[in-house]
Every structure is written in structure tokens, then in C-alpha cells.
Design a protein around this ligand. Structure first.
Ligand SMILES: *Cc1c(COP(=O)(O)O)cnc(C)c1O
Length: 387
């Protein structure tokens, strides 16, 4: 077993060897060299590689390939979906609905729209992070043009009832955007059955490369949005710029692999997550962040009373895990999401987010649990902090 044990797969996953091999081959091939927009044979071969990837990405979410636009990642997809759709539909209304615990890519896109004169309602979750469809319904107004909701939460793993929210958006006539960066390949996604009009995807959360993602736009309900970038006509003009053939192909292969393994990986990963929680649950006072039931397979977030968060993470040098908040790691601020769920500042700081990938083993899970037990015992013996 190699240390540090990597248990930060919600932040990024290792690239699958088959994906890396494909990308490597493409980088050094004529079709990897050619501009996919070029009319010569190598350019056409590059375009064919991209269309293959488009089919593979579309298949995982039961969309048509023509409904997929490649972007640089889920951050860009969230921005394009929310800002692009709001600007495109502003004559129909200036109001959006989202939740108070969205990913920063969604929240900051909403803030940017507020500066343009849009209004946004931020629906509060319950103390486990669940956003009630009824609360979304209550926030809808005649001028609501878009609702945006995370499918599986990147910090606490809570899974929202997107099909229910999708159905009510459809009845209301508002567009529905879902950030599926954490749920794709881990939970079933069907854009038609779940009434999703826009869906954000990222390759590097699913054993693909960083720097590539996709946005699904429903052919009938949301064919166009106002682009954020201006340039050549690539991706139907919605996202101009030369497509990175090897990146796109890597995403396609990663999504095809995930589709093949959809019945195999999520249950195995959920088993590892439950094994880890069983072993950690014997730490006196430990708290699960998020609901007991209804979490995505790979995320386990806990708070440990009686220890200082910073000391805890320093003591866990043999583990690559996120703490406090992955996104505010630089600032040292407690996770706003955990604070929203009612955790005190010390408990929000003394949190650990374990996230499991396809590559992790039972042995690694058991080692991680032992490390946490040892660290907590040592820290509590040193300085019995009040929680
Ligand atoms: C990681 C993540 C993003 C950002 O994706 P990038 O591809 O890194 O831009 C957006 N939303 C969620 C839920 C994520 O977990």
C-alpha cells in the first residue's frame, strides 16, 4: 500500500490507465495534431474522434450527441448554463432559484447575475442538507426563468430529488439546470426522465483528465444560450475555441468506462464508504455530516468534537483527505456549507471529507480509519478541548 492514501476523489480522481493511454496516443498522432475544424483528412479524423466522445458523454445521461457542448470543466458549464440561459431569456423574467449550499461555480454565477439586475432566491436546506422540492416550489415566481440545483453535493454527498424539482420546473415553465459533476457515473442520470434542461459535467471527477467538461442543453427546451466567449463557430457558436482532441477523447473514454461500470463501481464504493463509517463511528462523539440515507456512494463527511481541525489534518499526514472545506482550504475559514447545516465553527473546522474512488481498496480504508483513531486519541490526550 502506498502512502499517502488518496481519499480525496471528490476533489479529483486519478486518470484511468485506459484513458491515459488513449490520450497519450492521440497527442502523438496526426489526428491529435490536426485542428478538428480543418478540412483535410487528419482534421476530419480529429472531428471523428470528437464525435465519438460526444456520443459517449451523451450516452451516460441518455441525451443525444447533438445536445452536448464541450467546455473546460463543470465550472465553465455552470457559468454558461446559468449566465448564458439567464441572459438569453431575460425578456421573459429576471428571477432565478437555487439553494444556499450550491457549489461556488453556481453561487458565484448567481452573484454575477445579481450584479446585472437579476434576482436570485437561495432556498435553505434542512440540517442534513436536503432541499425540499416544496421549498423550491414556494420560491418560484411568474418571472422565474431558471432553477439550478446540485444533484450530489460535493462536500456532504447529499443527493437532491432532482426528478421532483424537474417536474415542477416543467409545470411552471422555468428551465432546470443540474450540476452533476459528482453524480455522473455514480447515480443514474436520464435527462428526459428527470426533466433536466441543462446539465453540467466534469471529466476529472470521474477518472478523466482535468480541463475538460461538458454542458448538456435540451434540444427542444433550451437549444441556445448566450455564449460567454466570442470567437470561431465551434460547438454551434456556444463555446468557440479549438477543441482539445486528446482531452475530449479522454473524457469520452472515461464516461464510457463509467457507463460500463455503473452497476459495479457505485455499490462497491458505497460498501467501502460504509466500512469506513463503521470503523470511525466508534470515535466518541463523532458526527456524520449530511443525511444517514440518501448520500452519493463516494462521500463521507464527519465532524470530530474535542480536537482542533488544523491539528487533526496535520496529524493525518499519511492520508490525502479534505477538511473544513475543500474550496476554502486556502482561507482557513470554516466550511460555509457545514455552518449552514448548523455545525458550530469548531465542529465545522474539525471536519474531514473522505471521498472514495474506483482505485481504493479495503486495506486503504482500514488504514485510514486507524490513522484517524490514533490521531484523535493523541490530540484529545494532549489538549482535551471543549467541543
Ligand atoms: C468539481 C466540481 C465543479 C467544478 O468542476 P471543474 O471541472 O473542476 O471546473 C463544479 N461542481 C461540482 C459539484 C464539483 O464537484
Amino acid at each position: 500500500m502506498n502512502t499517502p492514501v488518496y481519499l480525496d476523489n471528490a476533489a479529483s480522481t486519478p486518470v484511468d490507465p485506459a484513458v491515459a493511454a488513449l490520450m497519450q496516443r492521440l497527442l502523438q498522432s496526426p489526428e491529435g495534431t490536426a485542428n478538428p475544424s480543418a478540412g483535410h483528412a487528419a482534421g476530419r479524423a480529429a472531428a471523428a474522434v470528437i464525435e465519438q466522445a460526444r456520443r459517449e458523454v451523451a450516452a451516460l445521461i441518455h441525451a443525444d450527441p447533438g445536445e452536448i457542448v464541450f467546455t473546460s470543466g463543470a465550472t465553465e458549464s455552470d457559468n454558461l448554463a446559468i449566465i448564458g440561459a439567464a441572459r438569453f431569456r431575460r425578456r421573459f423574467g429576471r428571477h432565478l432559484v437555487t439553494s444556499a449550499i450550491e457549489h461556488p461555480a453556481v453561487l458565484e454565477s448567481c452573484r454575477a447575475l445579481e450584479a446585472e439586475g437579476f434576482q436570485v432566491s437561495y432556498v435553505a436546506p434542512d440540517d442534513r442538507g436536503r432541499v425540499a422540492a416544496a421549498d423550491i416550489a414556494a420560491a418560484l415566481r411568474p418571472d422565474t426563468i431558471l432553477v439550478s440545483l446540485l444533484h450530489a453535493h460535493n462536500e456532504i454527498g447529499v443527493v437532491q430529488d432532482i426528478a421532483a424539482v424537474g417536474a415542477l420546473c416543467r409545470r411552471h415553465g422555468a428551465l432546470f439546470h443540474v450540476d452533476a459533476a459528482q453524480s455522473a457515473g455514480r447515480l443514474p442520470l436520464d435527462v428526459r426522465a428527470q426533466c433536466i434542461d441543462l446539465l453540467s459535467l466534469s471529466a476529472h471527477k470521474l477518472h478523466g483528465p482535468k480541463g475538460i467538461g461538458a454542458l448538456f442543453l435540451d434540444r427542444e427546451r433550451c437549444r441556445r444560450v448566450t455564449p460567454l466567449l466570442h470567437g470561431g463557430g465551434q460547438e454551434r457558436g456556444l463555446r468557440p475555441g479549438t477543441l482539445p482532441t486528446h482531452q475530449v477523447a479522454g473524457m469520452g473514454r472515461a464516461f464510457a468506462l463509467a457507463a460500463q461500470r455503473l452497476n459495479e463501481d457505485p455499490p462497491r464504493i458505497a460498501g467501502l464508504r460504509d466500512r469506513l463509517w463503521r470503523r470511525l463511528a466508534t470515535i466518541p462523539g463523532i458526527l456524520l455530516n449530511g443525511p444517514e440515507q440518501g448520500r452519493v456512494c463516494h462521500i463521507l463527511n464527519v465532524s470530530i468534537p474535542g480536537v482542533d481541525g488544523e491539528s487533526l489534518r496535520l496529524a493525518l499526514r499519511e492520508l490525502a483527505v479534505a477538511g473544513g472545506s475543500a474550496c476554502t482550504a486556502e482561507t482557513g475559514e470554516p466550511s460555509p456549507v457545514l455552518r449552514r447545516l448548523g455545525r458550530s465553527e469548531p465542529l465545522a473546522l474539525a471536519s474531514l471529507r473522505f471521498s472514495i474512488g474506483r482505485q481504493n481498496t479495503e486495506q486503504e480504508i482500514d488504514f485510514a480509519a486507524e490513522c484517524v483513531h490514533a490521531a484523535v486519541e493523541r490530540l484529545r490526550a494532549l489538549a482535551p478541548a471543549e467541543a
